[in-house]
Design a protein around this ligand. Sequence first.
Ligand SMILES: [Zn+2]
Length: 301
Amino acid sequence: MPPRFFYLDTPDLPLPARHRFPAAKYRLLRERIAAGRLIGRAALVPSPPARLADLHRAHTEAYVASVVGGTLSPEAQRRIGLPWSPTLARRSRATVGGSLAAAREALGFGVSGQLAGGTHHAHRDFGSGYCVFNDLAIAALTLLTDGSVRRVAILDCDVHQGDGNAAILNAEPAVFVVSVHSEKNFPFRKVASDLDIALPDGADDAVFLRAVEQALDAVSAFRPDIVLYLAGADPLAADTLGRLAVSAAGLAKRDETVFGRLRATGVPVAVVAGGGYAKPIELTVEVYARTYAVAASTHGL
Ligand SMILES: [Zn+2]
């Protein structure tokens, strides 16, 4: 039986006119993957909402309640960068549920993913940088708590440093967090991961791919039972929030390297989308789509 991949089936986020966040990208990605049959025999199913008990593994009860109940202060919403709405609350919860479900699916089938997620700027008691709840921190902590795994690696190749992952997971020796990112980019106050590989402005395919190999070497040395792979599309040269100069072919090579090496060593992998802000947004969607296609083809789906 092939694995399931997960998508958010809630409506696009309602945002004010000219808001910078490309809310339609997740829907466009799902349409692109379905139309092109890009994940082969794998099924595409809705992300389940996370349980409150799972959200509490990485976040304070007060913060979770303010998101779920719609009482986030204007300042807290500004820091997230998205206005609160019932849809935001539902999507944020499903983003966590989808990444956790994908991680469990990967443990059974070797590979899975969510066509969203990678909300690595969410901290224990506040959201930031378009991130509300930290999906991968919660997935890692949940799998460890229920005994599904003993060691988890988070391979974060989004162009922005994963400060929330680092802040939540720093004291957890069973989780290894590595971040390959743009040095001068958001977040401007970074939190140290287990391994941070910071790249200069304008880093090209060769520089970026060397960093990814280095990150993979560190992941292999940790001998994780699962890798949660944050495959951001925002290292792309055309990204408006990126600062790097990686090509679409370079990002495809990144994905072939990551999925190929993990498959060869028998390490399950769950992939999530991460950031992507190219103009037009179709450039980002194409990079994302390729990531899931490579995940599926590497595993013979
Ligand atoms: Zn990003």
